[in-house]
Design a protein around this ligand. Structure first.
Ligand code: T3D
Length: 273
C-alpha cells in the first residue's frame, strides 16, 4: 500500500499486519494480508478487520475498498487455527462472537463498500465479498461455497445474500455442489458488477471508490438502509421508510447543492452531509 498506509493489528511486534489500512482521497482501503494461507481468517485478522471497519468512518472516509493480498481474496475460516480437535469447538459460538458482528458492521457502514475480488473467495470469504455494495472481480477470480465440503453449512450471511443475488435454485446448487464459480459466470448470475483483466482490477476499483467518495455519500448511506430493510418489509412499510429517509436526504447540504448545481448548470461539489 502507499506510504499513507497504517498497519493494523500485527500478529507480533515485528510481523506483517494481517490487515493493511490506508486512507487517501476519502477512500479507506482495507487489504486482507495473510497471503500464505489465502487470507484465511484467524483471530488476529478478525480483530484487525473489525478495527479497520470501525475506524473508516471515524477517519472521515466516504468509501471503503476491500481486497486481498496475493493470489486470493479470502479462503474463509483458517482451518488450521481451529486447533487439534476442531469438532470439539462450538462453531456457532464462533459465528456469534466473530463472523456475525463483523458482517453486520461491514454491511452497516454508512458509505459505499467496493469489494475487489482479486482471486478465490471461499467459505466465509465468499460471504464477505458478497456483503459489499459493489463487487468487482478479476477475470481469474472465483467464488466457492466451500462449507459443505467440510460438513458445515453456508454461514456469515451466505444463506441470506446468495438467494437474493442469484435466486433460490442457483443458491442451493452452489451450496450443495460446492463447485467453483468463475468470475464471468458470477457476473452473469448477478454476484459481480464488473469483471476486469487481473492487472486492471485494482486501478478500476480505486477509481470507482474514489469517484463514489466524491458523491453524495449521506444519500448512499440512506440508500443502503432502504435496500437492507426491504428484505423484511412489505410494500407499504417500505414506502413509509423511503418517505422518512427522503425527508432526511432532502435536508442534506448535498441535496441543496445537487439541485442548485442542476439549476445553474454546473458540476456539483458534494461533502457527504
Ligand atoms: O464457526 C466456524 O468456524 C465455522 C465458520 C466457517 C466459515 C468458513 O469459512 S468454513 C470454510 C472454510 N474454508 C474452506 O474450507 C476453504 C479451504 N480452502 C480451499 O478449499 C482451497 O484452498 C481453495 C479452493 C480456497 C484454493 O485452492 P488452491 O488449490 O488454489 O490453493 P491451496 O493449495 O489449497 O491453498 C494454498 C495454501 O493456503 C495451502 O497452504 P500450503 O500447503 O501452501 O502451506 C492451504 O493449506 C492454505 N489454505 C487455503 N485455505 C485455507 C488454508 N489454510 C487454512 N485455512 C484455510 N481455509
Amino acid at each position: 500500500m502507499t506510504d499513507a498506509a497504517t498497519a493494523t493489528a500485527p500478529t507480533t511486534a515485528s510481523a506483517e499486519p494481517t490487515v493493511r489500512y490506508a486512507l487517501a482521497d476519502g477512500v479507506a482501503t482495507v487489504e486482507l494480508n495473510r497471503p500464505a494461507v489465502l487470507n484465511a481468517f484467524d483471530d488476529a485478522m478478525f480483530d484487525a478487520l473489525a478495527a479497520a471497519i470501525e475506524r473508516a468512518p471515524r477517519d472521515g472516509a466516504r468509501a471503503l475498498l476491500l481486497t486481498g493480498a496475493g493470489r486470493a481474496f479470502c479462503a474463509g475460516q483458517d482451518l488450521a487455527a481451529l486447533g487439534d480437535d476442531p469438532s470439539a469447538q462450538d462453531f456457532g459460538e464462533l459465528l456469534r462472537r466473530r463472523y456475525n458482528p463483523l458482517l453486520l458492521s461491514l454491511r452497516a457502514l454508512p458509505m459505499p463498500v467496493v469489494v475487489a475480488v482479486n482471486g478465490v473467495a471461499a467459505g466465509a470469504g465468499m460471504s464477505l465479498a458478497l456483503a459489499g455494495d459493489i463487487v468487482l472481480a478479476a477475470r481469474s477470480a472465483s467464488f466457492l461455497q466451500a462449507f459443505t465440503k467440510i460438513g458445515l453449512i453456508p454461514d456469515s450471511g451466505s444463506t441470506w445474500l446468495l438467494p437474493r443475488l442469484v435466486g433460490e435454485m442457483r443458491a442451493r446448487a452452489l451450496a450443495m455442489l460446492a463447485e467453483k464459480l468463475g468470475a464471468e459466470d458470477a457476473q452473469r448470475w448477478g454476484l459481480v458488477w464488473e469483471v476486469l483483466d487481473d492487472d486492471a482490477l485494482m486501478p478500476r476499483a480505486r477509481a470507482l471508490a474514489t469517484s463514489l467518495a466524491a458523491r453524495p455519500t449521506a444519500a448512499f448511506a440512506m440508500t443502503k438502509r432502504a435496500f437492507d430493510a426491504s428484505a423484511g418489509n412489505g410494500l407499504a412499510e417500505q414506502l413509509a421508510l423511503e418517505a422518512d429517509l427522503q425527508s432526511a436526504a432532502g435536508r442534506t447540504d448535498d441535496c441543496r447543492e445537487g439541485i442548485d448545481a442542476f439549476r445553474t448548470r454546473r458540476a456539483p461539489v458534494f461533502h457527504g452531509r
